[in-house]
Design a protein around this ligand. Sequence first.
Ligand code: UD1
Length: 341
Amino acid sequence: MSKILVTGGAGYIGSHTVVELKNAGYQPIIVDDFSNSQESALAGIESILGTAVPIYRIDCGDEAALRGVFEAEKDIKGVIHFAAFKAVGESVARPLDYFRNNVGSLLTLLAVMPDFGVENLVFSSSCTVYGIPDALPVTEATPTKPASSPYGRTKQMCEEIVHDVSAAPTNTLRTILLRYFNPIGAHESAKIGELPLGVPNNLVPFITQTAAGIREKLTIYGNDYDTPDGTNVRDYIHVVDLAKAHIVAVQRLLDRKASEPVETFNVGTGRGNSVLEVVHAFEQASGQKLNYSIGPRRPGDVPAIYADATKAATVLGFKTETSLADSLASSWKWQQTLAKK
Ligand code: UD1
């Protein structure tokens, strides 16, 4: 069983990826400092898998501690690097924290990996690197635009750092950059899912908390955009589908099939849905009427973005399997499970 280090493995996407890795025959090793995740995710993972996954409670930016993990585990074959802060608004308020954490942890990893002969990296990037695109859908060749937040800038910088490191004459690193669109939903068991701390920033947890009576109502941030119904358009991908893209990427690196030192893939469904469509799809999937109203635009929001998912399909053989309705139903099941706890 090849050992794969998963930084941020107790987080939302990380926890689902740990489960899929194990199911695919890998041995995931989690590194997480629980700054934006919860210990309960570990119990969920263990309950789904029927076995515990090794966990190191360290900050991935702590070089000595990270070295300790590689030393203890000895034969790590690859790294999936999720550990990062991800709230757009918070990144505007605390830019230094974002640069230090998101860029710093990648730099630390890249410094440590070669000393242990670890050459394979899957990096969590984001469609945010495209900024406001000129044309839709976006392909991997769509030029990146200035990011609308420090968070977005950290993802752009991390991609550039990986490219520069890989261009060095002595480089042996091979990386797959996965540009995620909007992950939603939860594991079918409802044992792991998104655990937003405090008031959620993201649409779907805000919707499910409103339906559960935790929030009074959802505010839709603007209905005067140049989109079919005036609300923002995004590409919502089920988190388990997204997790599976990492398994395919890791396998490609271990099989030495990557055609370049750095490969980039969009990971989305290829479908764009408006905020209103998501609200109505949620109402149908859950049978709940949602209290919502239209409010002002949220600064920094991109009017519309969705993936051209062709490259992931043709090169990786990766396709999403879950519909928007089923994704939202799984979010609702997860919310109801949380309410019972
Ligand atoms: C953004 C980034 C994404 C990043 C994510 C992290 C872009 C295009 N995407 O996603 O890369 O990983 O932040 O959090 O920059 N909405 C409401 N009311 C709410 C909440 C959201 O109307 O209470 C709307 C937003 O205006 C947006 C959509 O719902 O149109 C999705 O918002 P959200 O879930 O926050 O994700 P993004 O901002 O798309």
